[in-house]
Design a protein around this ligand. Structure first.
Ligand code: SF4
Length: 326
């Protein structure tokens, strides 16, 4: 799954406060480029307000931007969940039906919003694709065909290879997972006093055993195992799940492969140490190292990417372009 929620809480006077939080995606951003973390967590803050500065508004808008392959992943995930729900309801649908009723309308709507620039009125509500914004799309028809073909392949593999494994899971056995779509704050736990966003795609409990799946519509990456390790942490914190009772599955839908694994107690220790290191590094970029106040050091203290390749596919390129001299 793809993406990171913004940590907020209401102050007594009703104003939102930017609270310190950690997630797998925010740590990945921070590792790749400190400035990207600055824009996505601090530079954009308040950018929705009428009286925000132009830089805040721009950072907010760019932070909301999506991209073609992210959209493809969302379409694939929405569609396989419909397939699963229909199957559970005793009313199965084919891959073609699922694509036509879920993926195609979703893609058409987002694509149209992006092309028409509807996001200019509300960047949070309407889709803006990075490829449209920066003019890097290439041949639109070819890209659209590639996306459709990959989604169809993901759905077919889900029906053929995943559904036979999870098709008997009932709604009662599923674990509730809060997302941006369900309203309110997304799924999170407290880790050593720090709010940590952890949002598994699909999880259930059977006979005291916890099974957690993550759908991947794109390529196989080693980092996916780290990401799922966090889900084991989530299950431990939320449900007191023991390592030996927790089963993790990276579901590579396009490849038709699954990578199942479990964490040992030593893996947990390593993972927790990595997260603590990451949180400590992020804290160094705060005034007085104070996570409670969560006030960032001035922008210039957040270094630009060491590898210029990182900037090629970065939403915030427009804001860094001058400084990068490109
Ligand atoms: S454009 Fe480059 S330097 Fe700027 S935030 Fe993105 S990756 Fe970092």
């Amino acid at each position: 799954m793809i993406l990171c929620a913004v940590a907020v809480r209401f102050l007594r006077m009703g104003k939102l406060q930017n609270t310190f939080s950690w997630s797998f995606s925010s740590a990945a951003d921070f590792d790749e480029c400190r400035r990207r973390r600055y824009w996505s967590k601090y530079g954009m803050w308040g950018g929705w307000e009428k009286n925000a500065s132009p830089e805040q508004k721009k950072a907010y808008q760019l932070n909301k931007m999506d991209n073609c392959w992210g959209l493809m992943g969302q379409a694939a995930e929405n569609t396989i969940m419909r397939v699963l729900r229909q199957h559970q309801a005793g009313n199965p649908i084919t891959a073609e039906e699922a694509f036509e009723t879920v993926a195609r309308p979703f893609l058409r709507q987002k694509w149209t919003e992006s092309k028409r620039g509807e996001w200019k009125t509300n960047p949070k509500q309407f889709c803006c694709l990075r490829e449209h914004y920066y003019g890097t799309l290439g041949d639109e028809k070819t890209i659209a065909e590639q996306m459709s073909s990959q989604i169809k392949n993901c759905i077919a593999n889900f029906i053929a290879k995943v559904l036979p494994r999870i098709g008997t899971v009932t709604r009662e056995q599923e674990l509730p997972i809060k997302t941006a779509d369900t309203g309110g704050d997304s799924e999170n736990i407290l880790f050593k006093g720090v709010k940590m966003y952890v949002i598994p795609d699909y999880a259930y409990r059977i006979d005291g055993q916890f099974h957690i799946h993550d759908w991947k519509a794109g390529k196989i990456k080693a980092s996916h195992r780290e990401q799922l390790g966090l889900y084991a942490l989530w299950a431990r914190e939320k449900f007191r799940a023991k390592p030996e009772e927790t089963f993790l599955y990276v579901e590579y839908l396009n490849e038709g492969q699954v990578a199942p694994f479990q964490l040992t107690p030593e893996d947990f220790e390593r993972l927790e140490a990595q997260i603590e290191d990451s949180i400590a590094e992020m804290t160094e970029y705060l005034v007085d190292f104070n996570r409670e106040k969560n006030e960032p050091q001035p922008k210039d203290e957040w270094e630009l990417a060491a590898d210029p390749d990182s900037c090629k596919n970065c939403n915030f390129y427009e804001l860094c372009r001058e400084e990068l001299g490109t």
